[in-house]
Write a new protein. Structure first.
Lengths: 325, 338
């Protein structure tokens, strides 16, 4: 039967070897395919490079400050303010100028990278793990599990995070709440960010799982005797990696901005720890005389957020070739 | 010969619900509604019918991918209707399924090697990486794939090759029963024959019992010893292929057969017996004989009194009060040979 079928086919190059295309062609894994596309996206590569630079800057902040010959960010120096108390502008010794206390702004911007990346990456990581677990459970089991988790997401999404942050800040600023265990700072910020942001990931993952669980490979796995756990983590999870990476990358800048906002409002990181948002806040009253104090942390914040956003877009394009370019 | 699978009064209703938080049932899609048949050891049973008649649901019920609403399924003498956990897992080693859509039945994130070795991993067979790999490559060779493609991903294969991968995965556990759910309907016609012949060869090689589901009647004829015809969740006629194709008794079977295109110019112009109207909704099926709304031979009795499956004396068992007669069969253009 198949022989007759081959005869009636228009003869395109003699014998058609359907099954043996040649074992020499190297197989490309999805990761390799992704890298091939990503590599051609210059904007994303630059963003990735910039983020890599920021990470190194954060890790080696003391070293970098040392090499540049800057003072440590926590050394107030009253000699660096003029007779009216206004800080001095950018100069050879202090490229970004100094603040009201005579602390070096460049050194503080470099140290501020630590706070921003810590909040951005740690907050996103925790939110992503929670979001993926909740989303997979809701999407996979459906029914009442889905109803309970989805309503929980609705409830959490109605929490005004900035107001809650302000409230905690106001109530706990002096002596801390619950016997001093809750105090404004990095921990509270990461908690607040995680509290709200897992819901975005969970919603996306739930939707993806709802459609993935209907694919036949899930049935095939079940027919082979696979348990629910195995199906969720070995069959469905690998298919979620790409979209989750994209959304997580896009969450990082949001988290960095939330940290900056909360620090700006005085709830977040407390002085003397350097944070971009808090620097911008304390620069506001003296912007007329010391433009550099607000400008440089602002630029750092802008570039960081921009880099993560562009990287996220690039990842989405490279992981999802079907999206229009 | 003894029956490997005995299906009795199998019913599957999918509830139609309304409401978001508090769901209430407003009806049910009666996908499968009282189906009974046997699958004998070593035979190939074909199940045919239009889209939505419950063929695939029946297959998924036998595989226990769905839990029946009522009725019973016996496999190899054991009642598997309500098995759970380890016992169900043990039964699943004995029966496997080939899926309809080769583009959705393979996980796009896994290599072919991983996909085919999955049954071994789940059941703890062929321990050791080297041995597992050897077993997988042997399977790949059995189904006509190049074993060197072990590390490739599904997207690098054509539809026919993907279906072969699905076959290899299903055969890994050396099952007794293989359910093929429209295994070729998603493939190009030129590739269909290859996959069908592969299935036939493997069946004799492994001594498989096969339930073959299709809507293509000529494919079923090529593959099957016995054929069951389904309409709206019920079996309307069962019988050996020759008897059913030669002398269909149920008017629905007759209509299906006369709709098969015939490559024979001399028969051009021979009247076909075409059905009018659409298949009624399985959420609200017609009373008694479900075919009476479209049946050319329907009488008043057909809408009141439900016909039982009974031997019609010509080889097949049909559920009809007014079965086709020998004079009517050629009249409606059933092709008798081929």
């Amino acid at each position: 039967m198949s022989a007759r079928g081959a005869e009636t086919l228009p003869s395109s190059g003699g014998n058609l070897e359907f099954l043996d295309i040649g074992g020499e062609i190297a197989a490309l894994s999805p990761l390799q395919l992704f890298w091939r596309r990503f590599r051609q996206d210059r904007v994303s590569l630059v963003s990735l490079g910039f983020i890599g630079f920021l990470v190194l800057l954060a890790i080696f902040a003391p070293l970098v400050v040392d090499i540049l010959g800057l003072p440590s960010p926590y050394t107030p120096n009253s000699n660096l303010t003029d007779s009216f108390g206004s800080p001095l502008g950018p100069s050879g010794a202090h490229p970004f100028g100094v603040d009201q206390l005579g602390e070096d702004v460049m050194s503080r911007v470099i140290y501020g990278t630590r706070v921003s990346l810590e909040v951005g990456i740690l907050g996103t990581a925790i939110a992503t793990v929670i979001g993926v677990v909740v989303g997979v459970l809701a999407g996979f089991y459906r029914g009442w599990v889905d109803t309970v988790l989805s309503r929980l997401i609705d409830v959490v999404l109605s929490i005004p995070i900035l107001l809650l942050g302000l409230g905690i800040g106001a109530a706990c600023a002096v002596r801390g709440c619950v016997n001093g265990t809750i105090q404004p700072g990095l921990g509270v910020i990461i908690f607040l960010i995680t509290l709200v942001n897992w819901t975005y990931i969970a919603r996306i993952v739930r939707g993806l799982v709802l459609s993935l669980r209907e694919r036949e490979f899930v049935d095939a796995s079940r027919a082979l005797g696979a348990s629910n756990t195995r199906i969720m983590f070995r069959e469905i999870l690998p298919n979620l990696v790409a979209p989750v990476i994209v959304y997580a990358t896009l969450l990082v800048p949001i988290n960095i901005l939330i940290e900056a906002s909360l620090s700006f409002l005085g709830v977040g990181v407390r002085p003397p720890t350097a944070s971009w948002g808090q620097m911008i806040a304390s620069a506001t009253p003296i912007f007329n005389t010391a433009w550099w104090y607000m400008t440089f942390p602002g630029i750092a914040l802008l570039l960081t957020v921009l880099a993560f956003n562009l990287l996220g877009d690039g990842l989405r394009d490279a992981l999802n070739p079907r999206t229009a370019r | 010969m003894s029956a490997l699978v005995e299906v009795r009064d199998l019913v599957k209703h999918f509830p139609i619900t309304r409401g978001i938080v508090i769901q209430r049932k407003v009806g049910a899609v009666q996908a499968v509604d009282g189906v009974s048949f046997d699958v004998e050891q070593g035979e190939t049973l074909g199940i045919v019918g239009e889209t939505g008649c419950g063929k695939s649901t029946t297959a998924r019920l036998i595989m226990r991918l769905l839990t029946p609403t009522s009725g019973s399924i016996r496999f190899d003498g054991q009642d598997i209707t309500n098995l759970k956990g380890a016992k169900l897992k043990a039964v699943r080693r004995e029966m496997q399924m080939i899926f309809q859509d080769p583009y959705s039945s393979l996980n796009p994130r896994k290599t072919i090697g991983t996909i085919i070795s999955e049954p071994f991993v789940i059941h703890g067979l062929e321990q050791g990486k080297g041995e597992r790999r050897k077993a997988v490559q042997a399977l790949m060779e059995t189904v006509g794939l190049n074993p060197e493609h072990y590390n490739r991903y599904p997207h690098e294969f054509s539809g026919g090759q993907r279906q072969r991968i699905g076959v290899a995965r299903a055969l890994a556990l050396k099952p007794k029963l293989l359910i093929a759910d429209e295994p070729v309907s998603a493939l190009d016609v030129s590739i269909q024959a290859q996959v069908l012949n592969l299935l036939r060869d493997l069946q004799s090689e492994f001594g498989l019992t096969v339930v073959f589901i299709a809507h293509d009647l000529s494919v079923v004829r090529h593959m099957c010893d016995r054929v069951a015809v389904m309409y709206l969740g019920k079996v309307v006629e069962v019988g050996p292929g020759d008897a059913l194709y030669g002398f269909p008794r149920h008017p629905y079977t007759g209509a299906l057969l006369s709709a098969v295109p015939v490559v024979d110019p001399s028969r051009h112009g021979v009247a076909r017996h075409l059905l009018s109207g659409d298949v009624p909704s399985p959420a609200n099926p017609p009373s008694a004989c479900r075919f009476h709304t479209r049946c050319p031979k329907a009488q008043e009795r057909c809408s009141i009194d439900e016909p039982e499956l009974e031997d019609k004396g010509t080889g097949t068992t049909a559920a009809c009060h007014y079965p086709l007669t020998r004079e009517e069969v050629p009249e409606i253009g059933v092709r008798s040979s081929g």
